[in-house]
Design a protein around this ligand. Structure first.
Ligand SMILES: NC(=O)C1=CN([C@@H]2O[C@H](COP(=O)(O)OP(=O)(O)OC[C@H]3O[C@@H](n4cnc5c(N)ncnc54)[C@H](OP(=O)(O)O)[C@@H]3O)[C@@H](O)[C@H]2O)C=CC1
Ligand SMILES: O=C(O)C1=N[C@H](C(=O)O)C[C@H](O)C1
Length: 248
């Protein structure tokens, strides 16, 4: 039996890709393609098992409240999922123990691996910075991926008892040293021509390590999205990060 899927944000850059990916998968059936202003109840009326959300940070929590209320599993790529939001979502899910929600800051395999590699490197380097580069139509900065990467590095360093490395800056034009996420500096670049790119830089005496990932095409996110859709019914509760599904 096929998995019945609804796509939210269906006319957007990612939603349109997700619609095509679902339509191209023999074991999935697209039952609703919904964008801003469309009728959300079609998700339920058309019997969706799983919804995919690629909408907007301002819309995603409302969509998730709806999904949980109506017993629809959710696979979420939309950014803006702060710790407060994750706690709220976990609270909603506590009343629906059979339901699964996957929040993935990045569905591209290479990006997930890059984050894992950065987490592993973090305990060996006191100094680390993240540069993320995206298309100039992106609403949020820093990217969800960069935020997640920075938090992973901060946590790994703290667990290893490492303080962030020295920085002699005493005079700064506002923003020149980037934004602090945890205790990691994150720098955001926005340019037409880019899709989604991230560099994680580590420095120590006499050496640097750079981990870089590039999504050249939004199709790079689709295998991860489909994996999420196929596995979410077997993962009740809240899962944050595709690395957990991949068992990295
Ligand atoms: N996790 C991952 O791997 C990835 C995540 N993303 C994230 O996905 C999100 C979407 O990105 P992208 O596709 O580039 O953005 P787009 O702006 O191209 O698409 C978003 C779409 O969602 C629509 N929308 C807004 N509100 C609602 C709503 N309440 N219900 C249904 N549809 C709605 C928008 O309509 P309108 O324009 O009319 O508002 C638009 O068509 C972003 O947060 C982005 O960071 C992106 C790439 C990969
Ligand atoms: O908006 C995008 O394009 C992307 N958003 C996600 C993010 O903010 O990390 C994932 C990827 O970087 C593309």
């Amino acid at each position: 039996m096929s998995i019945r899927v609804a796509v939210l944000g269906a006319r957007g850059r990612m939603g349109a890709q997700a619609v095509n990916a679902v339509e191209g998968a023999a074991d999935l059936e697209l039952v609703a393609a919904i964008d801003a202003g469309d009728r959300l109840l079609d998700v339920v009326d058309n019997g969706a098992d799983v919804l995919i959300d690629f909408t907007h940070p301002d819309a995603v929590m409302g969509n998730l409240e709806f999904a949980v209320e109506h017993g629809v599993h959710a696979v979420v790529g939309t950014t803006g999922m702060t710790q407060d939001r994750l706690e709220t979502l976990a609270g909603w899910l506590a009343d629906k123990p059979e339901l699964g929600v996957l929040i993935a800051p990045n569905f591209a395999l290479g990006a997930v691996l890059a984050m894992r590699f950065a987490e592993q490197a973090a305990r060996f380097y006191a100094s680390a910075e993240v540069i993320e580069l995206h298309h100039n139509r992106k609403a949020d900065a820093p990217s969800g991926t960069a935020g997640h990467t920075a938090r992973l590095i901060s946590k790994a360093r703290a667990e290893a008892g490492i303080e962030p490395g020295p920085d002699a800056t005493t005079s700064e034009v506002d923003g020149a040293r980037g934004a602090l996420v945890g205790d990691v500096r994150v720098h955001s670049v926005r340019l037409p021509g880019l899709i989604a790119h991230e560099e994680i830089l580590f420095g120590a005496e006499g050496e640097t390590l750079t981990i870089r990932h590039d999504s050249m095409d939004r199709s790079s996110f689709m295998p991860g999205v489909l994996l999420g859709v196929r596995s979410i019914a077997k993962r009740p509760g809240l899962t944050v990060g595709l690395e957990n599904v991949l068992e990295l």
